[in-house]
Design a protein around this ligand. Structure first.
Ligand SMILES: [Zn+2]
Length: 259
């Protein structure tokens, strides 16, 4: 005689907890009826909920072990979601907020110095220090924006100078200007005038190089023809993945209140 155990149907997913080091996260366990796979799948949804899909007959111990093996990965995703959320909040321009520069995150630190009339910015050991007297959010924002423009100007020029050596059609660094744009990293007019977005200095150097190369290729090929892409491929074979990562960060980099 055989006994069959009726699989329990859960209307609502069951909540469990997992621990990793000194951290804990909750996850919803969904027993998926007719789930043929033997594997237990762990998803982190963009809203930060963790869902675990398992076949109906998986023992809980097996599910817990599977979640444990993915715990580090889950926490990394949850941290990324939280950071992204913070990045998109309106900026207050106060100590503790984070600022991006060349793909790295720095902590904004405001330091009151009654001797100093002009507000200055300095990048030191993981911090962007804004120093001055009378540090209102408006003055801090203006100083940081000015600092970004100066850094952008310097970084873009240095990268362009390096490209003159690499690109056979360039004899001298091209003329360019900075223009803050909402939806574009750069542009190149038919006349050869290159515009670059100062916000791009928040992105990693490789991404900056990709944008510069893209615009410089337009000096030879004015549209996005196959010949244009051949040029890009030749001078930056991995440009697609660099572009994809950069575009994935666009929302944070071009964040309106994070100028
Ligand atoms: Zn283009």
């Amino acid at each position: 005689m055989t006994t069959t155990v009726e699989p329990v149907q859960h209307e609502q997913p069951i909540e469990h907890r997992a621990r990793y080091g000194d951290r804990e996260f909750r996850y919803h366990l969904c027993h998926v009826p007719g789930y043929q796979r033997r594997s237990i799948r762990v998803h982190v949804h963009p809203n930060g909920t963790v869902q675990v899909d398992a076949p109906e007959d998986s023992p809980l111990s097996e599910i817990k072990a599977a979640v444990q093996r993915r715990a580090r990965w889950v926490l990394k995703h949850l941290d990324d979601i939280e950071q992204r959320h913070r990045d998109l909040l309106p900026r207050q321009w106060v100590s503790g907020e984070s600022v991006l520069y060349l793909g790295r995150r720095y902590v904004l630190k405001t330091i009151k110095d009654t001797e100093q009339r002009k507000v200055t910015c300095k990048l030191i050991s993981g911090q962007l220090r804004v120093i001055g007297h009378d540090l209102t959010p408006e003055r801090i924002q203006a100083a940081v924006q000015q600092w970004y423009r100066e850094r952008a100007s310097d970084v873009f020029q240095r990268r362009l100078n390096l490209m003159v050596d690499a690109l056979p059609w360039l004899k001298t660094p091209p003329e360019w200007r900075m223009v803050a744009m909402q939806t574009q990293w750069g542009s190149c007019a038919a006349s050869g005038a290159i515009l670059l977005n100062p916000h791009l200095v928040k992105a990693p150097t490789r991404a900056i190089d990709y944008v510069l190369l893209h615009e410089l290729c337009h000096l030879v090929e004015h549209n996005h023809s196959p010949r244009f892409y051949n040029l890009l491929d030749r001078f930056m074979p991995d440009w697609r993945s660099v572009k994809e990562r950069l575009d994935g960060q666009a929302e944070v980099i071009l964040h309106k209140s994070g100028k």
